[in-house]
Structures are given as structure tokens and as C-alpha cells.
Design a protein around this ligand. Structure first.
Ligand SMILES: [Zn+2]
Length: 251
């Protein structure tokens, strides 16, 4: 069985260590804080053998150097990570990353950055999506264009509905406030938002989230629905997405 160790990092990032007991390999999913990753791995008795980056931002790849220096891990990353750290294996859409017998398919989810990728492990029903999609939200569109970002979200929408999405930040409670503003009559969203408030009141994480539930509640994954088009405008899903994204940036 693949083991996933999730822990808070920096102010609102999550760190993820993926461990395969059969091969003894451990992958760090992004590296917001190299020292914290090394501490967490040591506490588990694991050695980090690989780093899988999702995009180049320092709160995702800034800890690469410290981890490589301490553990000799090899770095799997999209080419854009070379801006801040060396890469051993450059990957892009359709490529496969391997951890023992486990395979992760690389998916282009660009839009937050132009080279952003996600790692989908179909055998484990999980995907590490970085800052592309969040519970009830999506990343800011720093580098990409609306059609590009919508196409990326659409690739995530095509994954099996029971896929667990591991997003990189605990932004859910703030995202829920905007989602309720964007889609106020969505009863499933109202239930979900109450559960989120209860979890956060207990200090519990809202990550991972379930893709099927996001498909029913996350406005950014629902930009092709009549209810959101009627409320937010746009002649197609990408334009409705752009209107939602702009509204959230100023919310
Ligand atoms: Zn980012």
C-alpha cells in the first residue's frame, strides 16, 4: 500500500510525502520547506529518494536544494522549475513518473503558471494538483490565459469522480465564501461549506478533497453550466471562467 503523509508547511501550504514500502522509495510532492520535509521524513524513518514538483513557485520548489543536498533525491519537474533549481528528469503532459511499481501520469494543468503539471496515480485513485485546482477554488491566473486554464481544469474534470485531489494550500474556507457568492442556490455547496466550517473549527484539514464533490460545487469546475453562465456571463466556458476568476481576484 502506498502511504501518504500530509503535514502543514509555511503559513498555509501542505507538504506531502509519498512512500512505497515495497521499494522503500519516498517522493516529496513539492518542497515548500526543505528542512521541514527532511524532519518529517526522518520521523517516519523514510529517505526522500525523489522530488516531484508541480510548478516553479518558491513555495513549491524552494526546498529542492536542501533536500537534494541532504538525501541525494532526484528531481522530476516541469522545465519551468529550472528557473530556481536543477532538474534531473523534465516531464510534460503524457509522461510517467514512477515510484517503485506505482505510476503517476503527468497532466498539463497550466494557467496558474505556464508549465504547471499535476501527477495522477490511477492505481491509488489520487492526484497531486499543486495550485491548479483547490477545494472550491482554483489558482490565480498569474501566467496563463482563460482558455488555457479552462482546458486544464477540464482535464482534471475527466479524471474518475472518486479521485482524491491533493491541493497544495488550505484555502478552502475563504474559497467557500466566494463559491457561495458565485452560486448561491447550490444546495450541495451549502452543505459542503457548513462541513468545511465545522472541520476548520476543529483544526482539521479540508485536503484532500473528492473530485466528484468538487464537480458538483466548485464554481471554477462548473463554468460550463447554464446556472453560472447566466449569472456571470460569457459566450463559452472559458469566458465564464474568466469572469469568475476576475471576480474572485477582487472578492
Ligand atoms: Zn503557485
Amino acid at each position: 500500500m502506498l502511504e501518504i503523509h500530509q503535514f502543514p508547511c509555511l503559513s498555509d501550504n501542505y507538504g506531502f510525502l509519498l512512500h512505497d514500502p515495497d521499494s522503500g522509495e519516498t517522493a516529496a510532492i513539492d518542497t515548500p520547506d526543505g528542512a521541514e520535509y527532511l524532519r518529517q521524513a526522518q520521523a517516519k524513518g523514510w529517505r526522500i529518494t525523489q522530488i516531484w514538483n508541480t510548478h516553479w513557485h518558491p513555495d513549491h520548489a524552494g526546498g529542492n536544494a536542501a533536500i537534494v543536498a541532504a538525501s541525494g533525491a532526484t528531481v522530476v519537474a516541469p522545465a519551468e522549475v529550472e528557473r530556481i533549481a536543477p532538474i534531473d528528469t523534465v516531464v510534460a503532459d503524457g509522461d510517467t513518473a514512477r515510484l517503485g511499481q506505482w505510476q503517476a501520469r503527468v497532466i498539463d494543468v497550466s494557467g496558474h503558471t505556464n508549465g504547471h503539471i499535476a501527477y495522477h496515480l490511477p492505481q491509488a485513485n489520487i492526484a497531486f494538483v499543486g495550485d491548479s485546482v483547490f477545494a472550491l477554488g482554483c489558482g490565480r491566473m498569474f501566467e496563463g490565459q482563460p482558455q488555457q486554464f479552462w482546458d486544464s481544469l477540464d482535464r482534471i474534470r475527466q479524471l474518475p469522480a472518486d479521485t482524491a485531489l491533493y491541493c497544495a494550500h488550505e484555502y478552502t474556507q475563504a474559497n467557500a465564501k466566494f463559491a457561495l457568492h458565485a452560486d448561491p442556490d447550490n444546495a450541495e455547496l451549502q452543505r459542503y461549506a457548513s462541513e468545511i466550517d465545522a472541520k476548520r473549527a476543529q483544526g482539521e484539514p479540508t485536503v484532500p478533497t473528492d473530485l466528484g464533490r468538487e464537480l458538483a460545487t466548485n464554481p471554477f469546475l462548473r463554468a460550463d453550466t447554464a446556472v453560472l453562465r447566466d449569472r456571470w456571463g460569457g459566450n463559452n466556458a472559458a469566458e465564464t471562467f474568466a469572469a469568475l476568476r476576475a471576480a474572485k481576484d477582487n472578492f
